[in-house]
Design a protein around this ligand. Structure first.
Ligand SMILES: [Zn+2]
Length: 267
């Protein structure tokens, strides 16, 4: 009886697993800028499908095709030394990869979770890079937790460690974070800009959760109703506030523009 039950559990898990990957609704399109073997292509496509399946399970599919381009970086000492989104008429990501790394090494890396998350909101311009990078940095660990790459229980510590580290590195105690961000960027203090920005979304998520909502659920509604409207930063926070039914995002943006020092993240 127990054996039969175990087998049934296994069979159901297998069906659910197959079902989940077969059900990917995102229109993913792959491009190979350099020469990749068939085995390399399969490994890299499977990696991106896996991450996008996780992201899609959280927010639904984006209402546009996602163009994924691979370039070789054979002497890199990491699986993905560099990646960036491509915006405008075609939404997508360029991944520079060293395909010698294993499927497990790609799966353990945060880059795809980060870059594919970027596409959930419109391109907001260079001036607001802190907002976009904060968003993708916050989201990458949400995606990795749902995908089982990090554990849910570790999430609070993961965020806290990064916030603590960058608060210590933040050099502009007299400046609001939104004003300091372009300076941080010019000085190539990218982690400080990214994780200071991530505090915005961590705070927004905490506020929404206190209300029985959460950021991911809100993004699912944003993707379905409003993602194609080409919002700028002000339009985006207004739309998110409307979906949340309260001014979670605009009020917080005002604080990031007026309160000096690294953003507060204590509960
Ligand atoms: Zn980014």
């Amino acid at each position: 009886m127990l054996k039969a039950l175990q087998w049934m559990v296994f069979a159901v898990a297998a069906v659910v697993g197959t079902h989940a990957s077969a059900e990917l609704r995102t229109d993913l399109r792959f491009y190979w800028k350099d020469t990749f073997s068939v085995a390399e292509q399969q490994k890299l496509e499977a990696w991106i499908r896996d991450v996008q399946t996780t992201l899609e399970s959280m927010t639904g599919p984006p209402p546009f095709p996602v163009h994924v381009t691979f370039l070789r970086a054979d002497d890199a000492n990491r699986p993905i030394p560099w990646a960036h989104t491509t915006r405008g008429t075609r939404q997508g990501v360029n991944f520079h990869v060293n395909p010698a790394f294993s499927a497990e090494a790609f799966r353990a890396d945060w880059t795809a979770s980060h870059e594919l998350s970027h596409l959930l909101i419109p391109y907001l311009g260079r001036r607001h890079a802190w907002f976009a990078e904060g968003f993708a940095s916050f989201m990458q660990y949400q995606v990795m937790a749902v995908g089982g790459v990090v554990s849910d229980a570790d999430l609070p510590d993961i965020y806290r460690q990064r916030f603590d580290r960058e608060r210590r590195r933040y050099p502009y105690e007299a400046l609001p974070f939104a004003d300091a961000a372009p300076l941080l960027r010019a000085e190539r203090r990218y982690p400080t800009m990214y994780w200071g920005g991530a505090v915005y979304f961590w705070q927004a998520d905490q506020t929404l959760r206190a209300d029985g909502q959460n950021l991911t659920a809100l993004l699912r509604r944003y993707l379905a109703c409003c993602r194609q409207q080409g919002h700028d930063l002000e339009g985006l926070v207004t739309a998110l506030d409307q979906l949340a039914g309260r001014d979670v995002f605009s009020t917080r943006l005002e604080k990031f523009r007026s309160e000096p020092g690294f953003p507060h993240y204590q509960q």
